[in-house]
Design a protein. Structure first.
Length: 569
């Protein structure tokens, strides 16, 4: 794909978002996409779980099925022990990686009136499909499967059962890890992570390359791009590691349909996905039909996309109804924007180059933009607008929090009050959006909705026109939070902070990771504003007139009277 040219001076405005939830293609059929409770920081060595026991001699159909289910913890030798519970015909075709059912408790195996048939009854909490995409099941979801058996040399063996394995949650946490595939934003400037889940072990390298070539998860389709031509597959059944290099062999058409720049992007995409996945991988080598593809690795590295984009150390804030830049306990006026006190500003935002600013009027009905060149004006008038957010391409976003759930994009800032276009949307209509923040790669949106006292945290892909204009927010990736929350902020590529802002109650901020971890922070009485910097240690809260910063497990007062701070973005 050609690099898109996006005007840097434009501002786009989104007042709500609509995410089209995609259904699951395997059992269970219901439930949203989500995160595991905890992936941990375990070693990425070749851990494949305990070795299970083979079939019990003269075991009943019920005993054989129970043994088969327990054997799902053993991926050694292509799940050889689990295959030993199957008939020879099924053993050769059964696909354990097709899906994984994650259970809250041990499955029940009960007999049925039909000879040679048993039923498995399960309380399902999540599924992982063959692409490594994790989906939370609906609360209280159960599944039943009928399994057929027949005798082989006088012993019962399973002759019919769906592909996949069944694991209790504790075993899933021990065997699986989260891995980030690397895709690009449409300008090839930023690396965008796509988190997948696979069994740890030597086969994970091949699995990651396979799903990378297959393309992004549904919620990122149209929001990110891949350097690999569509339809590219591995030329060999596996990705070997030779002297620290993962050797990825691709078909001839990849060479025929790409130039040197695109091949460098392919190498960077593979390196971003694989290097560090296993301790043994320090580099990636691309091959075409087993012949090395001549790519200058140094040149490719120099042109690598930005990963974990950092925000500047200073924050925009409000002091006595004026915009200021705050850093390290002190603040200063922002040159060039003049006084904004008449607007009684709240919830300010700042562009990454610190030249453009935005804020809401005190009644949250007007979104106002101001720049260091002296221009200032009302961008949009709405209802219950959420805090504005700049993306890295200088488009400005906000959401209408009235419950209408409509999506709009505004004209450039130079044309205040110009055209506002509704963006195609559906499922958020009627929902109340309380927070909308754009990721630092510009390809994803963090959205929080609160309806009927219940909050939901979502990720959506940002789909843009050829000139970079935001046009659509794609299907949704729900993120599980343990609390009722109403505001959020990005902390990096794969971490966000959320909390239920309140003027009086105890507020417990929470750090959520796309890799499955969550961490509750120390509660603060009456926390009303949340700002996220570079990483989970750089979190600021406003409590009354005090500005607090996270210090390990506590909060430290940094300033008084510095309100509504926000890092760039």
């Amino acid at each position: 794909m050609m690099r898109a040219t996006w005007p840097g001076s434009r501002i786009g405005l989104v007042l709500a978002v609509i995410l089209l939830l995609t259904g699951c293609s395997s059992i269970p059929t219901g439930g949203p996409v989500g995160m595991s409770k905890d992936s941990g920081n375990r070693s990425q060595q070749n851990q494949q779980g305990p070795a299970p026991s083979g079939p019990q001699e003269n075991g009943s159909p019920q005993t054989i099925v129970q043994g088969f289910l327990r054997a799902g913890v053993g991926s050694q030798d292509e799940y050889a022990v689990a295959r030993s519970y199957l008939t020879p015909g099924l053993s050769s075709t059964w696909k354990p990686d097709q899906r994984t059912l994650v259970l809250s408790s041990a499955p029940r195996v009960v007999t049925t009136p039909a000879a040679g048939t048993v039923r498995i009854v399960m309380a399902v909490t999540a599924t992982v499909d063959d692409r490594g995409i994790y989906r939370d099941a609906a609360k209280g979801a159960t599944e039943s499967l009928d399994v057929a058996l027949q005798k082989v040399d006088g012993q019962w063996r399973i002759s019919r059962i769906p592909d996949g394995i069944v694991l209790q949650a504790r075993d899933f946490d021990l065997l699986f890890s989260a891995y980030s595939l690397t895709f690009y934003d449409p300008t090839y400037t930023y690396a965008v992570p796509d988190v997948r889940w696979f069994v740890r072990g030597p086969r994970v390298t091949t699995s990651l390359v396979r799903v990378l070539l297959d393309g992004p998860a549904d919620y990122l389709k149209g929001a990110v791009v891949s350097a690999f031509p569509e339809g590219t597959t591995l030329n060999t059944p596996s990705v070997p590691i030779v002297s620290g290099a993962a050797e990825v062999d691709l078909p001839q058409q990849v060479l025929d349909s790409s130039d040197q720049k695109q091949r460098e992007r392919m190498l960077n995409q593979l390196s971003g996905t694989l290097v560090g996945v296993l301790d043994s991988i320090s580099s990636v080598r691309m091959l075409i039909n087993q012949r090395p593809l001549g790519i200058d690795a140094g040149e490719a590295a120099r042109n690598a996309p930005v990963k974990e984009k950092q925000v500047p150390a200073s924050q925009v804030a409000i002091v006595r109804n004026e915009l200021v830049l705050y850093q390290g306990g002190g603040y200063r006026p922002i040159d060039g924007i003049g006084s904004v006190a008449q607007d009684k500003p709240v919830d300010p935002a700042m562009s990454y180059d610190q030249r453009r600013f935005a804020y809401l009027s005190s009644d949250r009905r007007r979104l106002i933009s101001a720049a260091t060149d002296g221009t200032r004006g009302v961008v949009f008038t709405g209802s219950a607008l959420t805090r504005p957010s700049f993306d890295p391409f200088d488009w400005l976003w906000t959401a209408d929090g009235s419950g209408a759930g409509l999506v709009y994009t505004a004209a450039a800032a130079a044309r205040f009050g110009g055209g506002v276009n509704e963006v195609s949307a559906s499922w958020l209509r009627g929902r109340t959006i309380t927070s909308l923040r754009i990721s630092r790669d510009g390809a994803r949106a963090l959205i929080i909705t609160v309806d009927g006292g219940k909050s939901s945290v979502w990720l959506s892909g940002v789909r843009r026109a050829a000139d970079g204009t935001p046009r659509e927010l794609t299907s949704a990736l729900p993120i599980r939070s343990t609390q009722t929350v109403n505001t959020g902020a990005w902390l990096g590529d794969t971490e966000v902070a959320v909390m239920g802002a309140s003027t009086q109650a105890d507020v417990t901020p929470e750090v959520l990771s796309l890799s499955g971890q969550s961490q509750e922070l120390a509660p603060v009485r009456g926390a009303t504003s949340l700002a996220g910097g570079n990483g989970s240690q750089e979190i600021y809260l406003q409590s009354g007139q005090e500005l607090l910063v996270r210090v390990d497990t506590s909060w430290s007062n940094q300033a008084t009277g510095v309100l509504d701070t926000a890092f760039a973005g």
